[in-house]
Write a protein that binds this ligand. Sequence first.
Ligand SMILES: Cc1cc2nc3c(=O)[nH]c(=O)nc-3n(C[C@H](O)[C@H](O)[C@H](O)COP(=O)(O)O)c2cc1C
Length: 238
Amino acid sequence: MNWPANRMRNDNPLKLGIFSPNCSGGMAVTTVPERWDPSWDNNAALAVMADGYGIEFLLPIARWRGYGGETNFQGTTLETMTWCAGLLALTKGITVFCTAHTSFHHPLVAAKMLSTVDQISHGRLGLNVVCGWNQPEYEMMGKDLPDSHDDRYDYGQEWLDVIEKVWTSDAEFAAGHGVYPLVGDPDHIASELERVHRAGFDGTTISFVDYLAELPYFAEEVIPRLEAKGLRSPVPSA
Ligand SMILES: Cc1cc2nc3c(=O)[nH]c(=O)nc-3n(C[C@H](O)[C@H](O)[C@H](O)COP(=O)(O)O)c2cc1C
């Protein structure tokens, strides 16, 4: 397929973008009457205009609650995955980013959403990955914001690795427990299941995509590896 070039890869040494048009106030904390109203119609008009002017990109902010106070800065926002899907359908050359919080977007869901929007955009989608800082938003989502900065970014890396694997791996199924889906070849799945078992997780689940097609594969490829590790006994013959 002959897809148009992503404008972020053009020859302009200085790239120009518009930040935060999906949020009320944009980036200006102000009460002036003309402050930015992030309605869909305003965003659509801005995107088409920026596209026509050769601006390279639009970058949204993923914000889940406003800052309160007199301005309630960013108190009204459009959700960024759906926002970028709509704008990419309306435009021709501009790159439009979405912004994903690693803790709020399950990586398998994000991988699917991103690949869907990639098709809508013909290669013009950008991804801004956010590893967390805003405690009230995490509380609101029922998520823990790790105290350690390194832990947040380790989790972010794992989140990205899963997405990349889903996009590139030939694995026949993805398996998961808790927040970490397991993806990979049978050796990897078996060793991850062993790791989960040793860590003492209860209620470990494996997510098959097609039960009928994938259970035999799992039984033939992964279970023998679990037997070899002493985690399961061979099924007695009838
Ligand atoms: C260009 C850019 C976009 C960002 N977008 C968001 C966002 O949409 N939502 C958010 O909560 N934080 C956003 N951040 C904040 C970052 O995720 C990060 O918390 C911040 O850069 C501080 O870095 P640190 O968390 O490593 O200390 C953005 C930062 C930058 C520089």
